[in-house]
Design a protein around this ligand. Structure first.
Ligand SMILES: [Cu+2]
Length: 106
């Protein structure tokens, strides 16, 4: 993700680079929606919580670990299954680490 941000900065600084093909750019989330890789370890649909073994979360300055997150909408857990590889975006909302985007890794 740091590489992508750097590339984005370079493109902004040098508009001529827009002519260069940026294959990955359209497949990546916007920089303010940094996505983190994780594997689902546990799901609690009633409580709206999910346990993830996640990689480093750049926007939260968090190293890789396994931990519980709240999900913004309970519906986000409807198709989730333990063992799924996912990409997610989390933010601290009212003091709680909350997943705002959750999708299965393609
Ligand atoms: Cu964590």
């Amino acid at each position: 993700m740091k590489t992508l941000l750097l590339m984005t900065a370079l493109v902004i600084a040098h508009p001529a680079l827009h002519a260069e093909p940026l294959r990955a750019a359209s497949e990546e989330a916007a920089p303010d929606q940094a996505m983190t890789e994780a594997v689902i370890r546990k799901i609690d649909k009633d409580a709206g919580k999910i346990t993830l073994r996640h990689g480093a979360i750049s926007n939260l300055d968090m190293p890789p670990m396994t931990m519980v997150f709240r999900v913004q909408q309970a519906a986000m857990l409807e198709t989730a299954e333990v063992g799924d590889a996912v990409l997610f975006h989390a933010e601290r909302i009212n003091g709680l680490l909350t997943i705002t985007t959750l999708k299965k890794t393609p």
